[in-house]
Design a protein around this ligand. Structure first.
Ligand code: ATP
Ligand code: MG
Length: 221
């Protein structure tokens, strides 16, 4: 039951605290329209990752509303959530399994074609084809470099063809050259998609840039 006229994402007067006492976000308003690509910059502890957790419905606001297509974020069913959100976390969490499993997270609905497409988009297809068992190679942490793991996490987010990509400090742990490589892959993956990125550094900005500052979101440019 989505509302066609509602914005894609809407934070309306959102106040949130983890302990019911000290607000992390206070009277926050933010609207993201379909097709927008933006980066929220904010210092460490500003509440950027918290904002994502509210979007993903992991927490509910103390007051105000977080809505996706007009529907409260916390009431979106899990299956719909995977179509809606591709979440790239700051650090990659390897699952015990093959290279394919890293991308599908064992979702049997994801086809081999979709896996290969995601690997191509992120520039990993070549590296994977050079592995002894290709996509069936069992994973160990040493199998890929840190940048390649980050690309795998982007492939994991992109493989279900989500409407929205959520990027949390995607290049925080990478050297400058690898960062550029990852940003190029992200531009390919984010074509024709809505993107919300958060970062505490300006070098990793993506799309239009805003600052998150306690209770307000200010455009920078
Ligand atoms: P960074 O740039 O370091 O990633 P951030 O802007 O993402 O910072 P958050 O992770 O959203 O910041 O944290 C905002 C505040 O909320 C911090 O003071 C943090 O200690 C607190 N916080 C985060 N997660 C929890 C939690 N699960 N329980 C209690 N407090 C938390
Ligand atoms: Mg964070």
């Amino acid at each position: 039951q989505a509302f066609p006229d509602a914005p894609f994402i809407e934070f309306r007067d959102v106040t949130f605290s983890y302990d019911g006492n000290k607000p992390i976000l206070s009277h926050l308003n933010l609207t993201v329209e379909t097709g927008d690509q933006l980066t929220l910059l904010g210092r460490t502890g500003a509440g950027k990752s918290t904002l994502f957790k509210l979007l993903l419905g992991l927490y509910q606001p103390d007051s105000g509303q977080v809505r996706i297509h007009g529907v409260p974020a916390a009431s979106i069913p899990e299956a719909a959530r995977r179509k809606l959100f591709g979440y790239v976390e700051q650090s990659f969490h390897m699952v015990p399994g093959t290279v394919r499993d890293q991308i599908t997270l064992f979702d049997p609905a994801i086809s081999d074609e979709a896996v290969q497409k995601a690997a191509c988009l992120t520039g990993l297809a070549d590296a994977i084809s050079h592995l002894a068992q290709g996509y069936d190679t069992p994973c160990t942490p040493e199998l890929f470099s840190q940048g390649q793991w980050q690309l795998l996490s982007i492939a994991r987010a992109a493989v279900s063809d989500p409407e929205l990509l959520l990027l949390d400090e995607i290049t925080a742990n990478l050297d400058a050259e690898t960062e550029q490589h990852v940003l190029r892959a992200l531009r390919r993956v984010s074509e024709n998609r809505t993107v919300l990125s958060i970062s505490h550094r300006t070098s990793a900005e993506f799309g239009r840039t805003f600052t998150l500052h306690g209770n307000a979101v200010f455009p920078i440019k």
